[in-house]
Design a protein around this ligand. Structure first.
Ligand code: CA2
Length: 147
């Protein structure tokens, strides 16, 4: 059974609680349930983790090196600033799918830059919570094709 890690970064714990008019009414717990359900339907075990702290996310990426087959990462605003996250992904040599609820390319120009994109297998953005389902499918297909 493939082991996947779904990592969510800063402020995503507020999903469905604050600013639902912008990020929607789905909570992070809902998103994590969706991920586990999609994974189970496809024969994969999904573990979820959220943190508002860059270092905690990096620790999870390091730990995944020997325990997971791939990572889905919504790094939140750290996407646009964190070379440390980029280095962590590069160091573990695991396939990573970059994920965003919103279409970052249709928003402010500072969101167009992603430090994750160059070290990710690909990027899914703009599909809201459904993007997590798409990302799990894409990651498993990538892992399958690579093995
Ligand atoms: O679209 C995405 O998924 C983002 O990663 C979300 C980040 C943003 O900084 C990225 O540019 C794009 C922000 C997450 C904030 O989440 C909130 C959820 C509810 C209420 C307030 C913030």
């Amino acid at each position: 059974m493939k082991q996947l890690l779904v990592l969510n970064g800063p402020n995503l714990n507020l999903l469905g609680i604050r600013q639902p008019e912008f990020y929607g009414a789905t909570t992070l717990a809902d998103v994590e349930d969706l991920c586990r359900q999609t994974g189970a339907a496809l024969g994969a075990e999904v573990t979820c983790f959220q943190s508002n702290h860059e270092g905690a996310l990096i620790d999870q990426i390091h730990a995944a090196r020997t325990t997971r087959d791939g990572i889905i990462l919504n790094a939140g605003a750290l996407t646009h600033t964190s070379i440390a996250l980029m280095d962590a992904i590069q160091s573990v040599e695991l396939p990573v799918v970059e994920l965003h609820l919103s279409n970052i390319h249709a928003r402010e120009s500072f969101r167009h830059k992603s430090w994750i994109a160059p070290v990710a297998v690909g990027q899914i953005c703009g599909f809201g919570p459904a993007g997590y389902d798409l990302a799990i499918r894409a990651l498993l297909a990538h892992i399958e094709a690579a093995s």
